[in-house]
Design a protein around this ligand. Structure first.
Ligand SMILES: *[C@@H]1O[C@H](CO)[C@@H](O)[C@H](O)[C@H]1NC(C)=O
Ligand SMILES: *[C@@H]1O[C@H](CO)[C@@H](O)[C@H](O)[C@H]1NC(C)=O
Ligand SMILES: *[C@@H]1O[C@H](CO)[C@@H](O)[C@H](O)[C@H]1NC(C)=O
Ligand SMILES: *[C@@H]1O[C@H](CO)[C@@H](O)[C@H](O)[C@H]1NC(C)=O
Ligand SMILES: *[C@@H]1O[C@H](CO)[C@@H](O)[C@H](O)[C@H]1NC(C)=O
Ligand SMILES: *[C@@H]1O[C@H](CO)[C@@H](O)[C@H](O)[C@H]1NC(C)=O
Length: 256
């Protein structure tokens, strides 16, 4: 490679690198679905702590520690998104994510499971009966099983219902051989509605407000912010808003 080409490549890679730090940029749509800030589908947009995945068919996915779930809804103003829980393996009462122990979020990332989810555990061992979950014969999970044709294999087992949101369910919906082998979830379920009006299963996640974008130099920040050291994280610099402007974590801009 001749020296000018080498130099050009170096310059290009430096520009690309600077592009990585420039982060208060909304990502392009995934297929036809908007990807609101701070969600990020690539290193050149969004906030890198808020990674989600856009596949080649234009569908969004949320990757957990050991698995991946389709994203079915995103609400940027409430900072929430909904993922589709795993379904039952054919003719069993086992969800397909039993192998990965259900849904396990990385608790170092800014996403958690909201208290709007009604979780139904199915095919549970009798140890669950001594849990604080509602495993009675009137529990809503029986309504679900009774009215859902592919859940027929769950009929004879123990099932339990609870509203998520305790500290033990902020980051995981645990499925395992020695506990419950299947689950489903509904967002904002009104238990007084008949099953045919419950809607599709879903699990709602919430994200923490993003902080100002990370920067390497002033070139990474827009005209309303200054690249400066982060008092809360040593060695990190962020685009802090000019005085008189405030960081809007939903739009990802400095505004009045
Ligand atoms: C989950 O993934 C981690 C590595 O990311 C691995 O060490 C662990 O064994 C996996 N657990 C399950 C239940 O698959
Ligand atoms: C969890 O997220 C943190 C922060 O991004 C990352 O450093 C860590 O490797 C992740 N843990 C696993 C097991 O993926
Ligand atoms: C269990 O749930 C059913 C249906 O929502 C309710 O009627 C019942 O009182 C609950 N039982 C307990 C012990 O919480
Ligand atoms: C189960 O479903 C049938 C009809 O699908 C209904 O007649 C019956 O009342 C249901 N039982 C319970 C316990 O919900
Ligand atoms: C999720 O995180 C938010 C923000 O830190 C917090 O207010 C909320 O209580 C958490 N939810 C759960 C279920 O832990
Ligand atoms: C800077 O702030 C002003 C006042 O809020 C706003 O009108 C303008 O669009 C902002 N510029 C950028 C690049 O965000």
């Amino acid at each position: 490679m001749d020296p000018p080409t080498k130099l050009l490549l170096l310059v290009v890679s430096l520009i690309t690198y600077a592009g990585c730090a420039l982060s208060a940029i909304r990502c392009p749509n995934c297929g036809t679905t908007p990807v609101p800030y701070p969600l990020s589908t690539s290193s050149s947009c969004g906030d890198q702590d808020y990674k989600i995945r856009c596949d080649s068919s234009g569908n969004l996915h949320f990757d957990t520690l050991n698995n991946s779930y389709p994203i079915t809804a995103i609400n940027p103003s409430s900072q929430r998104l909904v993922i589709k829980p795993s379904s039952l393996l054919p003719n069993t009462c086992i969800t397909s994510d039993l192998m990965s122990q259900g849904i396990r979020l990385n608790d170092s990332l800014p996403f958690n499971i909201t208290s709007s989810n009604t979780i139904m555990y199915m095919n549970c061992t009798p140890t669950l009966l001594s849990s604080p979950l509602n495993c009675t014969s009137s529990s809503l999970c029986h309504v679900y099983i009774n009215g859902t044709s592919n859940a027929a294999p769950c009929e004879d087992g123990i099932c339990c219902t609870f509203r998520a949101g305790g500290s033990s369910t902020s980051y995981m919906i645990r499925v395992r051989q020695s506990g419950c082998r299947a689950y489903t979830s509904f967002v904002n379920l009104n238990p007084n509605l008949p099953l045919n009006r419950w809607g599709e299963p879903g699990l709602e996640l919430q994200w923490l407000s993003p902080r100002e974008p990370v920067c390497g130099s002033q070139a990474d920040c827009d005209r309303n912010s200054t690249c400066g050291p982060d008092a809360r994280e040593s060695g990190v610099r962020r685009c802090f808003c000019m005085s008189g402007l405030l960081w809007d974590p939903i739009k990802g801009v400095c505004a009045e």
